[in-house]
Design a protein around this ligand. Sequence first.
Ligand code: SF4
Length: 697
Amino acid sequence: MNTRVVRAACPHDCPDTCAMLVTVTDGVATEIRGDPDHPNTAGVLCTKVSRYLQRTYHPDRILHPMKRIGPKGSGQFAQISWDEALDIIATRLRAIAERDPRAILPYSYAGTMGAVQGESMAMRFFNRIGASRLDRTICSSAGGTGIKYSIGAKMGTDTEQFAHAKLILIWGGNPIASNLHFWMRAQEARRNGAILVAIDPYRSLTAEKCQHHIALLPGTDAALALGIMHVLVRDALLDQDYIANYTLGFEQLRERVADWTPARTAATCGIATEQVEWLARLYGETALRGEPVAIRVNYGLQRVRGGGMAVRNVACLPALVGAWRHAAGGVLLSSGDSFPKRPDRLERPDLYRRDVAYPPRTINMSTIGDDLLKPASAEFGPAIEAVIVYNANPVAVAPESAKVARGFARDDLFTVVLEHFRTDTVDYADIVLPATTQLEHVDVHATYGHQYIVANNPAIAPLGESRPNSEIFRMLARRMGFDEPAFADSDEALAEQAFEAGHAYTRNYHWQHVKEQGWYKLDIPAAPFAQGGFPTLSGKCEFYSERMRQDGLDPLPAYIPPYESAASAPELARMYPLAMISPPQRNFLNTTFVNVQSLRDTEGEPHLELHLDDAAERGIKDGDRVRAWNARGEMIARARVTDRPRKGLVVALSIWWKKLASDGKNANELTHQRLTDMGRAPAFYDVLVQVEKLPDI
Ligand code: SF4
């Protein structure tokens, strides 16, 4: 028997980007585990990815190219050869590109987070065609934009340092489900005497395990941050020296927060005045004692109309109390900008086709429901005639799902999907191409939760006729007649180009070395903003942001109420009185893993969690079938009646495959396509619904 252990990286849309060890015997992967030597992974994989072999060798894997033989949406396909598939695609794309290449749209996101199998060869291909560009906003761009206005980049406290904090605010996230290795650090901190406070409308698994939980109304986090600032200023719980030297606009901020009394904050957030006072004083007094206070802000709070501003406000707090002076202080939303990435080398925007008369067009992935249904117009440009989907499942994930499905059902739309499984989106494809999983290809990963570049070596040969995304776009480029040398780069060559070597953070980084060792920790100082040096225009933490003013935004921290809430839309709330959020289900990762039976069995079926009082008002008991609806659509689920959601909130843990639900629908039937205040992102958690009991069947 020939047994070896291969160093790999978890590719999924999760901040932890675990380093993995894959045992391979005679060409078959037999074991997968977390690398015990990788400091962030510490030998632990989450439940989902510890089943990765079940996913890789799943009997439903798509292993051959297929073409559609039934109506769109029916999922009826026949196997074809690679030659036939490439011919059909190249013929269709060539014809469309001759008329107007912008009618071709790539649609991709974080199905893999790898630099090679993400936007490398794929973007070279679409640039060369001159296709529409995709604004990749579906998840994090509101918060990402907000934090940049305050501190200049998506950077912050090193996850490993959270273990040494004395107070941790876990704001808008449920790390037990979606940031497990941060949670391990938070637990360590707690064992060392730290106080953990969860801020979340829902008593999630994480909130339950923190010493304190503040269950505010969804979409009001920005107001809570303003209220905390008010108390810090009022009670002089400030690091005056840090403010004077390393921040900009304190006097304007002082005026702005003067009105945000604890009473007003509490009324806006639907919590007690004492909670605002207590939280602000705890934060300020702990910091003033010289102890590290850290905030793990996550993406939940930015999925509302004012989500960008909410993150911006939270990101101002550490500078007020001088928390950045400590390695274990500050705030972390994402570490993504810490990595010296080279998209210019990977994606080659210089290949963008220039021999056509049209200006480039950008389509927002979050409004794909509307955009697929738009006819050609002077304002919009050509109707979308072809969509190539990879690393994404828009029919289940994009908001206002009924419209998305209607768009993909268009008979005149040519859809190609690169996939592992027959997802909801695959059902609408004209051509399906079999993609490799992480065990079958090369990749290299940045992350958004820690500070390591992680390498992925192929452990096994591609199953069936599957091919890496990079190779599929290489083959398509050849078939289209693109002969630029950029299309000849191997995956190894792409991996080599992914990061700048010799940058201040990658002084000793070499791909070949990392490939063998498994990872490389960026050379970032332990307390990067201890003496300012923020990557903003001023080099300071900007309470006042001139860039925001130039972008047409309020330059100071502010509160932007939700689109849909009792306070901001009272008439709508009379018809649909319950707020709905759809955060990640612990055993799913977006829509990945929903088809792994052992993980789905844990969930059973789609659930809607209601507060005891809301259920009682509607005669709903635990386990009843219920219908949730609003003007956009409806979904059926099994009721869970608990005191976990605050009263007035329903929680649809997500994201279910629509076709695996009894009614063929999921929570995105109820979401809308209106965008956040900044970052052009969807407001998934800014939704009102009504719920009723259904008869059992
Ligand atoms: S999904 Fe996240 S926690 Fe799970 S193995 Fe992957 S990176 Fe680690």
